[in-house]
Design a protein around this ligand. Sequence first.
Ligand code: NAD
Length: 344
Amino acid sequence: MGKKNILVTGAAGYIGSHTAKYLLENNYDAVLVDNYVLGNVEAKDELQKIADENGAKFKAYNADISDREKMNTVFKENEIDALVHFAAFSQVGESVIDPYKYYINNTSKTAVLLDIMRNYGVNKIVFSSTAATYGEPEVIPITENLKQNPINPYGQSKLMIEKIMDDAKIYGLKSIRLRYFNVAGASSDTRLGEEHRPETHLIPNILYSALAQKNGENGKAFKIFGNDYNTPDGTCVRDYIHVEDLARAHELALKKLFNGGETSYYNLGSNSGYSVKEVFDTAKKVTEIDIKVEIAPRREGDPATLIASNKKAKEELGFEPHKTLVDMIQTTWNWIQNDKWKKH
Ligand SMILES: NC(=O)c1ccc[n+]([C@@H]2O[C@H](COP(=O)([O-])OP(=O)(O)OC[C@H]3O[C@@H](n4cnc5c(N)ncnc54)[C@H](O)[C@@H]3O)[C@@H](O)[C@H]2O)c1
């Protein structure tokens, strides 16, 4: 049997590029589809090199997932065995100000993509869902059977896709939705990393403050929003996962589908969490820089603690994260100090 060929949407972005790399290094061929609205051409070029080094086939298309003409070409030119679907917008704050942007790009365009898949008889998809579909859960750790009750349009836009995928069982669609919590880190070999513009995630933002200090720039102090939460040190606690662990989880989900697995959904977390202060203190140790910090008021809509139960993913996918918080901070620090793409 030949290699499976996986269409990865959003593969020029952060998690998509790391997952495509993992697939190319682990006996899969891959097809990248990205419209580069947020993606990096440099990631695509690096993936081509990784494919060549691993004797894998790799093709890249500059296309919107809902562009039927271009997507018809993609499906006609390639025998696709399954999709991993990352392409989306994912900024919570922006989704509150401009909800249509999220419902159109994330929800409507995914519906079109699923229809195109159906036209070509492709019925397997692994989908990037999110902890934001749970809203503010009353029970911690969060298990998959808790009610999904998003509190912002981003979370809604992703939950709607999950519901569409439920209804699409009638067409024979088999979907695995992976609900991520906080993703961090860069590839251990520093070939790929996180390049969001703007960057809204905690770990890179702490490290950009550290880098500014290292470079002698008089940057602003890093802000911790609230230190009076009901948590051990008063700062919010979140569940973090290394992007390379996450990439591996996608391959396990694909394997499950190829082995006849049915539609399902899994939290991808670690069953434990770190407070903002713990992350900050670890970043100071890793960088050996006394990063400036300031305590700011709480932000609206930030629950005190969000931790994922990883029991179901462990039992059914055989997935457990291997990497530590130090790994996440160290690989990000390596990446941003040697950033060849110069997006920040
Ligand atoms: N980063 C996190 O911590 C996190 C947490 C939970 C869920 N997620 C989900 O994971 C996925 C990937 O996140 P990321 O951090 O890698 O984001 P990213 O912005 O780095 O990557 C998304 C990619 O999709 C592309 N894209 C967007 N809309 C498109 C469209 N209509 N057609 C074609 N390409 C399109 C962008 O150009 C970009 O390259 C998203 O679906 C996001 O909602 C991310």
